[in-house]
Design a protein around this ligand. Structure first.
Ligand code: G3I
Length: 429
């Protein structure tokens, strides 16, 4: 039997089973009250070819391969119209640059202030942009009352409460959290750096933080985030790799690794793609979370983007600021827009590496009805949806031992709801 005949036979059988399933009276189970957020898998990860249509912005172009393109955002700059215009035009992921850090959100014990972060998050979500949460546990930008805690039990309870309260506040609103940031030491040790968390709680503080985070918002992706872990052979990279491998092998919840990617003029190390691929092979997403490159050379930006594009589980890229003047490294002009908000050459290199063609678009007349405007250009750059739990479940009876079902269709006819689906048991569909 050839492939075509096999498919026809399968479809005939499926249709028969649909009728049978209806007669079996499949029942609708309760809808779960808490909605989570589901995210599209990069097309490359699911094996389908990325769309060949070209988009005109970073976010829209990244979305064509199921990825995002984001920026770090400062609440205090949202009123600057040059800044917010670029933000809304180009980016479909937003990371609060400082507003979710401990010294802002819990400046004194148990007293939380989410005002500045809320401003960024609510604005982003209302425009269809997603949000990365940065960061829950970090030795820096940590208020003095935390660094001066002297006993493990107090610190553990303070850390867990901080994670739980902050994640609960943003439950369902944050795509991924940097649960722990920069916990590994620079240099050749491959070990954790000293910090109040490390010193009082020991190596286990990272695992503790991730377990607490999973309970607080099971739908959010949980990332470990660090800098100088892009070069595969570096001791720091290897230390983080061993931790992620250990976590995934023992079932400690971790979904992603963030590579900050604060590069010098040379851009990423030659092994960057290998590093991303090796981490991804552990079963986690990889993300470029804080990209900036001294003097923004076009090749360096293109190489960074290509490394991500070549790794199916590289979910997206975030640049650490919008204009050079917004950057924490402003003196090095490391971003994609200059101080006036104009696109730099690195912008075009980035768009091209994402799959776009800036030059071709510049000559197209968007107003002309004859122009070959991409159908994708009119699509939103990202999609969001909420997912309930199971809506229907199989119900066996005396003669049908049903193990599972798929492809449900609900039809209202003659005052009755009918649920059609394919059902399966050990003997087949
Ligand atoms: O909030 C005060 C403000 O009240 C005061 O008026 C102002 C005067 O300078 O300072 C403000 O705080 C500054 C804060 O940024 C907000 O602008 C801090 O002094 C300054 O140190 C802080 O810098 C941030 C830095 O993290 C702190 O470590 C940068 O903006 C931010 O880009 C940078 O981001 C980090 C990531 O979180 C982690 N990875 C490295 C990355 C770059 O350092």
């Amino acid at each position: 039997m050839n492939l075509h005949e096999r498919r026809e036979r399968h479809e005939r059988r499926s249709r028969r089973n649909l009728r049978r399933a209806s007669a079996l009276g499949l029942i609708a189970a309760g809808v779960m009250a808490v909605a989570g957020t589901a995210t599209a898998v990069p097309a490359s990860a699911s094996g389908s070819a990325p769309s060949s249509a070209k988009a005109s912005t970073l976010g829209a172009q990244a979305a064509q391969s199921g990825r995002y393109f984001g920026a770090a955002v400062a609440a205090g700059k949202l009123g600057d119209s040059t800044y917010s215009t670029i933000l809304d035009r180009e980016f479909n992921m937003v990371t609060p640059e400082n507003e979710m850090k401990w010294d802002t959100t819990e400046r004194s014990r148990g007293s939380f202030n989410f005002g500045p972060a809320d401003q960024i998050v609510n604005r982003a979500l209302s425009r269809g942009q997603r949000v990365r949460g940065h960061t829950l546990v970090w030795h820096s930008q940590l208020p003095g009352w935390v660094s001066s805690i002297g006993d493990a039990n107090t610190l553990r309870s303070v850390m867990n409460n901080h994670i739980t309260t902050q994640m609960a506040h943003y439950k369902g609103k944050v795509y991924a959290w940097d649960v722990v940031n920069e916990a590994f030491a620079d240099g050749g040790s491959g070990q954790h750096r000293p910090s109040v968390f490390q010193n009082l709680l020991g190596d286990g503080f990272i695992e503790q933080a991730f377990r607490t985070a999973r309970s607080a918002d099971p739908a959010a992706k949980l990332c470990y985030n660090d800098y100088n872990i892009e070069n595969w052979s570096d001791a720091k990279t290897q230390g983080v790799y061993r931790m992620v491998r250990d976590f995934t092998s023992r079932g400690v919840p971790i979904d992603c690794v963030g590579f900050q990617a604060h590069f010098g003029t040379g851009g990423p190390p030659a092994s960057f793609q290998t590093t991303l691929a090796n981490f991804a092979a552990l079963g986690v997403d990889v993300q470029i979370t804080e990209l900036d490159i001294a003097q923004a050379p076009t090749t360096a930006y293109a190489n960074t983007v290509k490394a991500c594009m070549n790794v199916a589980r590289c979910a997206g890229i975030t640049v650490w600021g919008i204009r050079d003047t917004d950057s924490w490294r402003a003196g090095e002009n490391p971003l994609l827009f200059n101080g006036s908000g104009n696109k730099k050459p690195a912008y075009n290199a980035t768009l091209t590496a994402l799959g776009g063609t800036p030059a071709a678009r510049a000559t197209a007349s968007p107003a002309s009805p004859a122009s070959s405007a991409s159908p994708a250009a009119s699509l939103p750059s990202s999609f969001r949806w909420s997912s309930s739990g199971s809506l229907i479940a199989p119900k066996s009876d005396a003669t049908h031992n049903i193990a599972g079902l798929k492809d449900p269709t609900v039809v209202y006819h003659n005052g009755k709801w009918h649920v059609f689906a394919s059902v399966a048991s050990s003997s087949g569909y």
